[in-house]
Design a protein around this ligand. Structure first.
Ligand code: 5GP
Ligand code: ZN
Length: 117
């Protein structure tokens, strides 16, 4: 397992910090956002540490696929897949990324405006 000291989401993956886990595979974990912005707001992470979506894609071993498939499984499980959901990877501080362990936000259960603010 690739992990990084002092990474919040590595600690959630390791079970060192509690989280409301909703979905898990051998290589991914999904848990509820502590500050939800929609009725469904779940974060999907690879268990291995990559700082952002660009680093995850560059790793090039199917892990990005796993994360996206897990996100869709979460949307189905949460009952928002049919009505529509948003999958967001804030990438870089300028885009609002605050936790530098790549995570997809699965947002749904309400109307979502486009473009986002
Ligand atoms: P970002 O801004 O990096 O795209 O998203 C980070 C997300 O992590 C935010 O939506 C924030 O609410 C969430 N978050 C921050 N700390 C924690 C935590 O300790 N537990 C959980 N479950 N979510 C967190
Ligand atoms: Zn990490």
């Amino acid at each position: 397992m690739v992990s990084e000291a002092d990474c919040l989401f590595c600690k959630i993956v390791a079970g060192e910090i509690p989280a409301k886990i909703v979905h898990e595979t051998d290589r991914t974990l999904a848990f509820r956002d502590v500050n939800p912005q929609a009725p469904t707001h779940v974060l999907v992470v690879p268990k291995d540490h990559y700082p952002d979506a660009a680093a995850l894609a560059a790793a090039d071993h199917g892990l990005a696929d796993d994360v996206i498939k897990a996100a869709h499984a979460v949307a189905e499980q949460e009952g928002v897949a049919a009505s529509g959901y948003r999958l967001v990877f804030n990438t870089g501080a300028g885009a609002g990324q605050t936790v530098f362990h790549v995570h997809g936000h699965v947002l749904g259960g309400r109307g979502l405006a486009w473009p986002p603010g």
